[in-house]
Design a protein. Structure first.
Length: 95
């Protein structure tokens, strides 16, 4: 794995951690000085950065889909579904 892909994977992993903190452990996000919305906004930015660094790496796309699924907007949830379908086509074995 080259440095750019490693950086993309790191950003996707951080995004997933922020999503987890925001949704399941909001007190952790608050301890980091972030509201739920701020944590999700940062997760979105990290997911987008991961995709920009390595568009063929499914992890960034999965993180993006997870952020989108946290939205109350039907449009965002529909986009999350499209992103997940893209991931399945990109790497059917990705967990």
């Amino acid at each position: 794995m080259n440095a750019q892909r490693a950086e993309a994977l790191a950003r996707a992993t951080l995004a997933n951690g922020l999503i987890q903190a925001a949704i399941q452990f909001p007190h952790v996000a608050e301890h980091m000085g972030l509201s739920t919305v701020q944590a999700l906004d940062q997760a979105l930015a990290l997911a987008e950065e991961a995709i920009a660094l390595a568009p063929d790496l499914p992890d960034g796309h999965c993180a993006l889909a997870r952020v989108l699924m946290c939205s109350e907007l039907d449009e965002a949830r529909g986009e999350a579904r499209q992103v997940l379908e893209y991931v399945i086509n990109l790497d059917p074995e990705h967990d």
